[in-house]
Design a protein around this ligand. Sequence first.
Ligand code: APR
Ligand code: PHB
Length: 388
Amino acid sequence: MRTQVAIIGAGPAGLLLGQLLHRHGIDNVILERQTRDHVLSRIRAGVIEQVTVDLLDEAGVGSRMHRNGLVHEGVQICVDGVRHRLSFKELTGKTVTVYGQTEITKDLMDGRAATGAPTIYSAHDVALHDICSERPRVTYRAGGQAHELACDFIAGCDGFHGISRKGVPAGAITSHERVYPFGWLGILTDTPPVSEELIYVRHPLGFALCSMRSPTRSRYYLQCGLAEDIEAWPDERFWEELKPRLDDEARARLVTGPSIEKSIAPLRSFVAEPMRFGKLFLAGDAAHIVPPTGAKGLNLAASDVQYLSRALIDYYSEKSAAGLDHYSDRALARVWKAERFSWWMTMLLHRISDNSFDYKIQLAELDYLFRSKAAATAFAENYVGLPY
Ligand code: APR
Ligand code: PHB
């Protein structure tokens, strides 16, 4: 089999890239290790920047998001029981859309199915070959048979644990990493959210987040230890640990109920650079990870895909390799700013140590954020998403 662009991974990055390329007449095949249902079972963050909304519209998959997504004009931060509101709309003129990543993935899968472009699920032993030659190839096994896909370019969209980044020779790629000494315990419940806007909570007991998927479905998170066992967290314990971290009004409005999903995620900041090696281009989690504070993961995957799709479209329509040559630098400039913001929000809102100095610095920074229009504007600009 032959295609123009072989895409490894059917997460949001691979699916969005496939859709944008297809709309410009560029052939692509997606190879995904898991089944479609397995990909759709993963619960991830749900805050979509305006630039990501625009890109999903451009890909022709935005209609359900516009119907069901919740437009948020601000966000709330609760510090030791007192809530403050930051209005993105007043500070930047922009908004964000709350819509689950699982729903976006489904919309992208449905959009792709409608185009008839091939996605090979349950593709095993995917391996990249000759990535520095004019004839790169991808081999894999599917349906009990060995296959080979010849292509012009490979897009490594296979997430943090994928094979693409690992295919680059050591020494040609540099990794930068910070692992945080805590994780997030998250639950999804069919209960109404405590507030119309997200509440990020800084409390001496630890961070918490009140988020949502719809007016009847909530998503809550608690800061937890890395060694925590999910079995030790029956729903009642989750609610009892959440309540004291909230302000009085949120506590009074909190509707508890059985969880329909519960998971623990570690927090990590990671960047691999450059994001290109020969004919291989990395995009999304394959190249970088942010801690979820700030919900930048999907949005960064989308901005990488915007730069990469434009570069490939220019290459095929104008025979210009300039966009491909600049891809890594352009993507990384935005990646590092989102890395900075996600790290900053994480350090600002979590219980990071028992040292009272760290705690006092957090309080000073938060007080500055709530009192200074310049600080609030900087926060809002980053939260709604920096321009491409
Ligand atoms: N072969 C084929 N597919 C693979 C392989 C492999 N060896 N390894 C991983 N994959 C697939 C995974 O099964 C997954 O479906 O690649 C896909 C990568 O998807 P994501 O992990 O969702 O990454 P990405 O598309 O970059 O999306 C970034 O999703 O992970 C979240 O928080 C992240 O919100 C961010 C967004
Ligand atoms: C979520 O709704 O899952 C969510 C929202 C905001 C974040 C992280 C996760 O910063």
